[in-house]
Design a protein around this ligand. Structure first.
Ligand code: MCA
Ligand code: AMP
Length: 494
């Protein structure tokens, strides 16, 4: 692992230093199954902390740094971590609230009280300190991580992922995407979601390859320069549209690369084609979810079909359910809801058996909430979503959680949040708002009122004031009408 400032960690270093972090966590009382919540900037030490939790059997709970204080408080209250690791600047807001037993710090440079404690656990520095010993009794179905994912009700749910979920998916991806010790992944994704943490890092670890860890604030020009040092890139479609805006992206700058992977949101066929034309590389699109990790992938060898997410990965099954009859459909190209089965499927939602039960069919398949079809070649195509979800720059935004905040603004009568095409983020979060009689609010005022309550990426890019929301005869808000009438609100796609 390398960072842009020239620091390097060999696998032996990773083992040594993650062992020290694990001992440091043990000294704070962390035992297997304890939650360790982590809300820090991306750094090599954050990777060491993740590995330490895996080795210790602690449940890693990454928290997006963009989440508002209210959102963070909810996660901490929900998962009750033994230890929370935060940026030093977060301590004054968190510690007095007494939400967690131990708060330790890790800054953007990796330094802070956690690494201080870890170094003090080094037997070379502190005679008598004992080296890390892996706990006994960790099982394939032991929890490895809880990842919070928003829901239709507006409240986030913790998806419980087991060691088997992570291990099987990492092995499958490493084999399917032909990772080897010679590979170097250019890592640009955040470490608090499944894409950057599991699809990227676990695949590197499972194959003994290397990575260059870049900040998540995406500098496309810098990334293009660094492609000459790498062999694999993973990104969301926004990364690819931004790379395409760089004149330096061409066959020469990508000559050493062997694989570009895209996921988390639909990659437009035109982005795929433009990328092939410019670089000669066919982006490999795959499909995943927080609850299932990666489900399908276009093939490494064979046709990578633009607009398709490829066949199911080995050992994973995908089926299509007819939305009307509820029956499994085997006719190619029939559109229905997608369901998943395999060693990748999570163990349920943290402390929410009711929600867990609702998301599984009677015969044990996970209901994705995505609408799709399987063609005659066995390739899966995502054609839409049953779930009311907006995907902005690869981040999921459930309209309900934004509507709750908008509706709470004094003067707002009701709101409807929806996504429309956005040239940079794929979809732009957009709100239609109806004011109470006599209210003197404008777009900027409403945005200001919700700014501190919502993560930045969930904030509507535009708020449209309306005299009433379009409704069908049943009184249901017609978001399809809102989407259609505001289709060109942001600059049209290229
Ligand atoms: C940043 N902004 C956004 C987003 N990102 N607004 C909407 N949607 C976004 N995704 C806001 C910033 O707060 C800022 O607002 C303004 O847009 C400009 O930010 P910019 O500097 O352009 O942002 P950036 O730091 O370069 O980030 C863009 C990004 C980032 C690199 C595309 O959003 C990103 O890393 N996305 C990846 C998300 C991801 O990892 N998803 C995987 C989830 P202001 O000007 O008001 O301050 S896992 C998943 O989905 C499943 C499992 C799967 O299949 O992978
Ligand atoms: P998350 O809940 O953050 O794990 O997001 C999962 C959702 O992202 C899926 O249910 C899909 O709706 C969407 N998604 C992920 N990858 C793709 C893809 N390649 N194409 C279309 N949608 C995708």
């Amino acid at each position: 692992m390398r960072t842009p400032d020239g620091q390097e960690w060999s696998y032996a270093d990773l083992l040594d230093e993650s062992g020290l972090v694990a001992v440091a966590l043990q000294s704070l009382g962390v035992v297997p199954a304890d939650r360790v919540a982590v809300r820090v900037e991306k750094s090599a030490q954050a990777v060491l902390l993740y590995i330490a939790c895996l080795r210790l059997g602690a449940v890693f709970v990454p928290v997006n740094t963009a989440y508002s204080a209210a959102e963070v408080e909810y996660f901490l209250t929900d998962c009750k971590p033994r230890v929370v690791v935060v940026d030093p600047s977060d301590v004054p807001a968190l510690e007095p609230r007494g939400l967690v037993e131990h708060t330790v710090t890790m800054g953007a440079d990796g330094r802070g009280s956690l690494m201080d404690l870890a170094w003090r656990c080094d037997p070379d520095i502190s005679p008598g300190a004992r080296p890390f010993e892996a706990p006994r009794g960790l099982r394939a179905d032991s929890l490895a991580a809880i990842i919070y994912t928003s829901g239709t009700t507006g409240r986030s749910k913790g998806a419980m992922l087991t060691r088997k979920n992570l291990g099987s998916n990492a092995d499958t991806l490493a084999a399917s995407w032909r990772f080897s010790g010679d590979d170097v992944l250019l890592h640009v994704l955040p470490l608090f979601h499944v894409h950057g943490l599991f699809a990227a890092i676990n695949t590197v670890l499972a194959s003994g390859s290397s990575m260059i860890l870049l900040p998540t604030k995406f500098d496309a020009a810098d990334a293009v320069r660094r492609l000459t040092e790498a062999t694999v890139f993973m990104g969301v479609p926004t990364h690819y549209t931004r790379l395409l805006q760089e004149g330096g992206l061409n066959r020469d700058s990508t000559a050493r690369m062997r694989l570009f992977v895209s996921g988390s949101a639909p990659l437009l066929a035109e982005t795929h084609q433009e990328f092939s034309r410019r670089t000669g590389h066919h982006i490999l699109e795959r499909y995943g979810m927080t609850e299932t990790l990666m489900n399908t992938s276009n093939p490494y060898d064979g046709a990578r079909v633009p607009g398709s997410v490829g066949p199911p990965l080995p050992g994973i099954e995908v089926r299509v359910i007819d939305p009307e009859s509820g029956a499994v459909t085997t006719v190619p190209d029939s559109i229905g809801t997608l369901e998943i089965k395999g060693p990748n499927v999570f163990a349920g939602y943290w402390q929410d058996p009711d929600k867990t039960a609702k998301e599984f069919s009677a015969d044990g398949w996970f209901r994705t909430g995505d609408l799709g079809k399987i063609d005659s070649q066995g390739y899966v195509h995502i054609v839409g979503r049953v779930k009311d979800l907006v995907i902005s720059g690869g981040y999921n935004v459930y309209p309900k959680e934004v509507e709750i905040e908008l509706d709470a603004v004094p003067g707002v009568l009701e709101s409807a949040v929806f996504g429309v095409p956005h040239p940079d983020f794929g979809e732009g979060v957009t709100a239609a708002v109806v004011l109470r009689k006599g209210a003197q609010l404008n777009e900027a005022g409403i945005l200001e009122a919700v700014r501190s309550r919502l993560a930045r990426y969930k904030l509507p890019k535009r708020i449209l004031l309306m005299s009433e929301l379009p409704r069908n005869t049943m009184g249901k808000v017609q978001k399809n009408v809102l989407r259609a009438t505001n289709d060109s609100l942001y600059a049209p796609r290229k």
